[in-house]
Design a protein around this ligand. Structure first.
Ligand code: SAH
Length: 459
């Protein structure tokens, strides 16, 4: 799938386009995007005319593989619909490759950002579905001169795809934002999006022009309504609110794999009493309660809402009195010392630290490792390097509430420092399907208090 944008830039050197796009005209660049590669290059860049090309190479085998392995892309059923894949993925690639230009930022030539330039945009194949007039209805009200030629199949005649050429005077960032929203809208019913705040994103990209667009109902309807189930699916898979219970590790959602990995550590280290710190919706607590080896279980969270949800997950009213005696929930902030958290064989901090402002992290380190001092701490956190597998994350992180995410080097350094400061020994591993370059999606560290690891070491 190819998109080209050409301009004369009016009275400026045309190659100034490179500043606006933050892509140097003399360098071809490639970016990893979902199941493929996006290449950016300039077929022409001189004083008078400048054309930038965004070429998206999708790899159908990789798409199918990711769908099978429960990646965040539910493309399985659509893999063969190449124009669709290309069209929706093209918008995602655009969002990634031209992120800064879409945000209308240009430190090198700030005066260019708001200036309209004569532009030509060409797309050799865009879908229009049953409505051949749709491309016109979408782009003409925005001031584009639209050339749309429906593509024909030699046997079956008119297809639902067409060649689209747009001409008009627009600021480059505005044109890119329009494409970002409208390319997927053209591809009705098969549109998917990954992101927590798709409404915000629509408003951000469409803010300047969408409100007065005669088709704004259709645009926002398609953008949001059709995105919903898929967004929900992406969210479920990322946050682990899964509904399936597949047994094989590879197809289980990451959150389920994480719980399994944490449970495995707790079992093999022989923990009997476990405090789940930042227990959230209580799924790990449920797994712990279902295993009678864990005789004493504590769920802690700062959020009373989370604790109410955990209570529902646990269905305590349906459980025996004996089970009820094994578990307690407690509201507490992990950035304050709490003697109620002391004396446990193991504490779990699963996907919690990244929710704290970095400057509050030392307070948690002190409260957990310095004060509560469980024999073991099992801790997980995202590996930020892996995020390029989730293009288009709203804030560049896995969850809107994340305050930071560690790459592998940062995590290694942090765990070593915390262990050293508080008298623990640490070993690290990961959870989830490994990428040769980027590692695994989740980082997992097991801290063992030194008096125990010394004892473990003695035969
Ligand atoms: N451990 C769960 C939930 C992770 S979400 C899981 O892996 O599914 C992070 C949780 O940490 C949220 O429930 C949030 O309320 C809780 N949390 C965030 N900051 C906290 C703090 N300072 N003290 C206690 N809990 C906190």
């Amino acid at each position: 799938m190819l998109l080209t944008l050409s301009t004369t830039m009016g009275e400026r050197p045309a190659s100034d386009l490179g500043f606006l796009l933050h892509k140097h005209p003399e360098r071809a660049q490639s970016f990893d995007v979902t199941a493929g590669k996006a290449h950016v290059y300039y077929p022409r860049a001189d004083e008078h005319d400048c054309t930038v090309a965004l070429l998206l190479e999708t790899d159908p085998v990789e798409l199918a593989r990711q769908a099978r392995q429960g990646g965040s892309w539910a493309l399985g059923p659509y893999v063969n619909d190449r124009p669709y894949v290309a069209s929706s993925l093209l918008a995602v690639a655009l969002g990634k490759v031209f992120r800064t230009a879409l945000a209308a930022r240009c430190e090198a030539r700030p005066e260019l950002v708001t200036r309209a330039a004569p532009l030509r945009i060409e797309l050799p194949a865009v879908p229009h579905g049953r409505d051949r007039e749709l491309p016109r209805r979408l782009f003409e009200p925005l001031g584009w001169e639209v050339e749309h030629e429906v593509l024909r199949d030699p046997d079956r005649g008119e297809t639902r795809y067409g060649r689209l050429a747009l001409r008009g005077e627009h600021p480059v960032s505005e044109a890119l934002n329009q494409l970002y929203v409208l390319l997927p809208v053209l591809d009705d019913a098969k549109h998917y999006w990954i992101g927590q705040d798709e409404i915000d994103k629509l408003l951000r990209a469409g803010g300047a022009w969408l409100a007065s667009h005669p088709e704004r109902e259709l645009i926002s309807g398609r953008y949001l309504v059709h995105a919903r189930p898929l967004v929900d699916e992406a969210r479920r898979r990322l946050t682990g609110d899964e509904t399936d219970h597949d047994d094989t590790t590879e197809t289980r959602p990451l959150a389920a794999q994480r719980r399994a990995a944490v449970l495995e550590v707790l079992r093999t280290t022989g923990a009997r009493s476990v405090a789940d710190l930042g227990c959230g919706d209580g799924k790990l607590l449920r797994d712990l309660l279902d295993d009678t080896e864990f005789g004493e279980i504590l769920g802690v969270d700062v959020s009373t809402r989370a604790l109410r949800i955990a209570e529902r997950t646990l269905r305590l009213e349906r459980r025996s009195e004996r089970e009820n005696r094994r578990i307690r929930l407690r509201q507490s902030a992990l950035t304050y010392t709490d003697s109620g958290l002391a004396g446990y064989d193991a504490a779990v901090l699963m996907e919690v630290i990244e929710h704290l402002d970095p400057e509050r992290l030392p307070a948690l380190e002190h409260a957990v490792f310095g004060h509560a001092r469980p024999a073991r701490v099992v801790l997980t956190t995202p590996n930020s390097e892996y995020n390029s597998h989730y293009p288009d994350l709203a804030n560049g992180m896995r969850h809107p509430d994340h305050r930071f995410e560690f790459d592998r080097a940062e995590f290694a350094e942090w765990t070593r420092r915390v262990a050293g400061t508080h008298g623990y020994t640490v070993t690290s591993s990961g959870v989830g399907e490994a990428d040769r370059r980027l590692g695994q999606p989740t980082q997992l560290a097991v801290f063992t208090r030194n008096d125990l690891s010394d004892r473990d070491a003695t035969p």
